[in-house]
Design a protein. Structure first.
Ligand code: G3P
Ligand code: MG
Length: 243
């Protein structure tokens, strides 16, 4: 049975990476949510996709240069719809607290591909452990060094290697890291690496799947999960096609 993760929450219906988008994902009966995490100036994990607040809030500047107090004053909903102006940038803590009252799975993407955010791995792992959510959480990153640090800190937390371009040898690398899954774009399925992942018993989860055509030519049985902006719509559109 394919798992449906709401990508940045149910981000078609609500502003991405906000509590509104996460609540909407639950209403749409997603199995889990995917969130992006960066570090504030005062070292708190905050949920936002970009390294700056410019695109998804009414502020400007780098997340790493702003304190949580400053970040929390921003309006993270109006850019999407005036009716969402009460939305703020969620703290990872808020999301974990909320998610522990649900059955949702949680994919936390550590956004260290542009900013190194020293210490982010420990902050995130400590928070997940504090909320006793380890069994439901998978940590992912495009940055292999981040994943190596995660594995150093915790041998038991689930980790996934995020693949943008199809890099030869990524499966070997994932195995070396002790990764539990590969998160890739659909094109990955047409490479030899996908067969290697299967042979290595590494589940493949695909992003970002919004239309049935995005899965064209891919045998449903191969896909462990999909990340989608519209869980309800995609599930309806796929019917039984993804198992
Ligand atoms: O984790 C899958 C996907 O979220 C990775 O890309 O840019 O949407 O964070 P992005
Ligand atoms: Mg992401």
């Amino acid at each position: 049975m394919t798992t449906f993760y709401a990508h940045r929450g149910a981000s078609t219906m609500c502003p991405e990476n906000t509590m509104a988008a996460f609540r909407q994902a639950l209403r749409e009966k997603a199995d889990g949510i995917e969130i992006d995490v960066q570090l504030s100036k005062d070292g708190e994990a905050v949920v936002i996709h970009d390294e700056t607040v410019d695109r998804t809030t009414d502020g400007t500047g780098a997340v790493k240069d702003m304190t949580v107090l400053e970040l929390k004053q921003l309006d993270a909903g109006s850019w999407y719809n005036q009716a969402c102006k009460e939305e703020t940038i969620p703290l990872l803590e808020e999301v974990l607290k909320w998610i522990s009252r649900t059955d949702l799975k949680l994919n936390i993407e550590l956004k260290t591909d542009r900013e190194p955010y020293p210490g982010i791995e420990q902050v995130v792992i400590d928070a997940v452990k504090r909320h006793e959510l380890k069994e439901r959480v998978v940590l992912s990153s495009f940055n292999l060094e981040t994943l190596r640090r995660v594995r150093e800190i915790s041998q038991s937390v689930s980790i996934a290697v995020l693949v943008w371009d199809n890099v030869d040898g990524i499966v070997k690398c994932a195995r070396h890291l002790g990764a539990d899954a590969i998160h890739a774009r659909p094109g990955f399925m047409h490479t030899a690496e996908s067969l290697r992942a299967e042979a290595a018993g590494l589940p493949i989860r695909l992003y970002t799947i919004n239309e049935p055509e995005d899965l064209k030519g891919i045998a449903p049985g191969f896909i462990d999960a999909v990340f989608t902006d519209s869980p309800a719509r995609l599930r309806r559109a796929l019917g039984g096609a993804v198992g």
